[in-house]
Design a protein around this ligand. Structure first.
Ligand code: ATP
Ligand code: MG
Length: 397
């Protein structure tokens, strides 16, 4: 079985002077983690490029790992050819034929000569390499908006690849500590998690379930979203905390206008217990300023005050359209919009308080006598582990 080679270009981490080696090591480890169950695949890093090699039948798995690997800007399946212009010309020609078969009409060549001992410079490669394509009229040259970009990279070997895919960029997961994501079944929180993963954070997740008021379908949705996040974040422990008793206590004892905000406060309290247990340094939510009543400036301050850990809200300044765009791009949207309500209407007030005072809230909270219930709910949490490895094993065996 012939070996195949993928080449990926490193992202932002190339900028980080002293930490660079550490980031690079992490990136290689992260790629290896996803591929660890796949026989005969190798991952190495050399001169700012990640190389993944393996047998043809591993192509699907390698592409899945690369498509979700945070820390690279782009990747492509690449052909290795002889390090001389005749071989390059021939390889480029064959890739142009393939591109034409796939519907391309125009092309351009991009060349990079990392090995300066190669006799032609990159400009000369761009002129010489496509001569046969042009002579035979396979594709027309278009340097501004080509259908196919054929790349030639002269390194210790010569690599040729067409239409490199864009990737996630960001910092390799694991280089910025660990956070705890409050993951609901909606559109926002998976996107918030993804944005922190891209800053190099590792994530665990927590979901507050209110059976029988919220359905098994809602829970399954959250599990599917946790799996999506694990593809980018390598893994996540999803902690499901049964919050029905907490919600009922709030409904019983608190004025209606404050129930949603009190629920958020209780979630934050329970999440702090969990963060203390798992070593997460911050909480992450999908809140966005002004999106709903619990997310006004004043009300966000109330939840903030209830937390020992800092709360990161990466979507705070994003509008819904932008959030939806990202949700679609990461493959979470279709799951997020499945029609299983996370929050039952009986718990949602008609007229929620928009500007709650921190002291006023504290007084209401104290009357609930709810810390014991939060602790009990926390003690009854269920933990499910999602990993990219399991996903790959289930899909490709
Ligand atoms: P999402 O914000 O994920 O689309 P949503 O809009 O239904 O869901 P909001 O009411 O906006 O949720 O809640 C704000 C944030 O609080 C969520 O982004 C999420 O981080 C957290 N959150 C809400 N409900 C839950 C829950 N049941 N379990 C865990 N976290 C939750
Ligand atoms: Mg929301």
């Amino acid at each position: 079985m012939p070996a195949i080679t993928y080449l990926a270009k490193l992202g932002e981490l190339t900028l980080k002077g002293l930490n660079r080696r550490d980031f690079e090591r992490r990136l290689v480890e992260n790629a290896r983690f996803g591929l660890s169950g796949v026989p005969a695949v190798s991952v190495r890093l050399r001169a700012g490029r990640l190389y993944i090699e393996g047998p043809e039948q591993a192509a699907g798995v390698i592409e899945c790992v690369l498509a979700h690997l945070i820390g690279i800007t782009g990747w492509a399946r690449s052909v290795i050819c002889g390090k001389h212009i005749e071989a390059i010309r021939e390889t480029v020609y064959r890739q142009a034929l393939d591109a034409r078969t796939a519907g391309a009409k125009s092309f351009k060549i991009e060349a990079r000569r990392a090995d300066k001992s190669f006799p032609l410079n990159s400009y000369q490669i761009c002129v010489e390499a496509p001569s046969r394509i042009v002579e035979e009229g396979i594709l027309t040259v278009d340097v501004h908006g080509p259908d196919a970009v054929i790349n030639v990279e002269i390194r210790e070997q010569c690599f040729v690849f067409t239409n490199a895919r864009k990737s996630c960029r960001g910092l390799p997961v694991g280089s910025s500590g660990k956070g705890l994501l409050l993951l609901s079944g909606g559109i926002d929180s998976p996107v918030a998690g993804y944005r922190m993963l891209r800053r190099g954070m590792r994530l665990d997740s927590v979901y507050f379930h209110a059976a029988p008021y919220t359905s098994e379908g809602a829970k399954k949705k959250v599990e599917d979203l946790a799996q999506v996040l694990a593809l980018y974040g390598l893994d996540t422990h999803l902690n499901t905390i049964p919050f029905t008793d907490v919600q009922l206590r709030i409904k019983e004892r608190a004025p209606g206008a404050f129930t949603t905000l009190l629920l958020r406060v209780c979630m934050v309290k329970a999440a702090n217990l969990l963060a203390g247990r798992t070593g997460a340094q911050c909480l992450i939510t999908g809140e966005s300023l002004g999106q709903v009543a619990s997310q006004t400036n004043e009300n966000l301050r109330v939840t903030e005050t209830a937390s020992r850990c800092p709360i990161y809200r990466p979507l705070i300044g994003m509008d819904k359209e932008e959030i939806i765009e990202t949700a679609k791009a990461i493959g979470a949207y279709d799951t997020s919009i499945l029609p299983y309500e996370d929050c039952c209407v009986i718990f949602s007030p008609k007229h929620p308080a928009l500007r709650t005072d921190v002291m006023e809230m504290q007084a209401i909270y104290d009357k609930l006598d709810i810390d014991g219930l939060i602790q009990e709910a926390f003690d009854r949490r269920e933990i499910t582990h999602f990993t990219i490895k399991n996903y790959i094993r289930e899909r490709w065996g």
